[in-house]
Design a protein around this ligand. Structure first.
Ligand SMILES: [Fe+2]
Ligand SMILES: [Fe+2]
Length: 275
């Protein structure tokens, strides 16, 4: 990677600095409110694919959103997307991967039609951003602020509070219900988009990049399938750009369009995306 303003060990530090209180409060709400039933309700409510918006308009909307769960970046989210994509471009990664870097957090546009009650608004982001976990089984200690796990009402429900919960052993990642947020939202939006030809690796990067208790924490072993080992390699490769490209450097979205729009059109076509 390029020379960094910060050492790698300085990223994802949840116990230092003045933004910690807001980050911690975000995770307290997320852990106590993201239940199995909540996730089902959000899927029914937000996966309607009836709101057309171009990719570039969606990028522009993230100029107005700062991710409250991120202890490493206090810039509009679109800057994080440009930094991730540029990190990949500098290292000559494939064009589809640069595109995934550019759009991986675009699901956060959900805030445009979100609400405080759902945690999907600018003010309340606990249903939008942050590390995700499996609903329908026990919360692992690898979650950030694990002491909040017991606040989740599902942990009082014996159908949901065992190691495998409602799932079959070895069922694999694709069969799990994850906490609701921008990863699953964008994944489903792209999956529904007929002209999408982003390779499987890229779609996995979109869907599971926030699943830290699995890809970094090593939890949920009993639920994984052989296929998930491959998924993890892809995610680890992606994650270095998602995390370590964060810096105060600012890009101009309009200037970047010249390079990235043709790549976006190659894999997603020219028409609008239905959100
Ligand atoms: Fe993300
Ligand atoms: Fe990201």
């Amino acid at each position: 990677m390029e020379t960094l303003a910060k050492e790698k060990s300085e990223f994802r530090n949840y116990e230092q600095g003045d933004i910690t209180a807001a980050v911690k409060e975000h995770y307290r709400k997320m852990r106590s409110r993201q239940t199995y039933d909540y996730v089902q309700r959000m899927k029914a409510k937000y996966l309607t694919f009836d709101k057309p918006m171009s990719l570039w308009d969606a990028m522009g909307k993230l100029n107005a959103l700062i991710d409250v769960s991120d202890p490493d970046l206090n810039l509009p989210n679109v800057q994080h997307l440009l930094q991730s994509a540029e990190g990949m471009r500098k290292e000559g990664r494939p064009d589809w991967m640069q595109l995934v870097g550019l759009i991986h957090d675009l699901g956060k546009v959900m805030y445009l039609w979100g609400s405080d009650e759902d945690g999907t608004s600018q003010a309340e982001q606990w249903g939008l951003v942050g590390d995700i976990f499996v609903v329908g089984c026990r919360l692992p200690d690898s979650c950030v602020y694990p002491s909040f796990n017991e606040l989740n009402p599902d942990m009082q429900n014996e159908a949901y509070n065992t190691e495998t919960g409602i799932y079959e052993e070895g069922c694999g990642l694709d069969n799990l219900q994850l906490a609701w947020g921008h990863d699953e939202y964008l994944y489903q939006v792209l999956k529904n988009h007929k002209e999408n030809s982003i390779p499987e690796e890229g779609m996995v990067m979109v869907r599971y990049h926030s699943f830290y208790p699995w890809h970094t924490g090593g939890s949920y072993e009993k639920l994984l399938s052989a296929k998930d080992e491959q998924y993890k390699e892809w995610i680890k490769d992606f994650n270095q750009y998602d995390l370590y490209t964060k810096s105060p450097k600012l890009y101009d979205l309009e200037e970047m369009k010249e390079y990235y729009l043709p790549i976006a059109e190659k894999y997603l076509g020219k028409g609008p995306i239905y959100w």
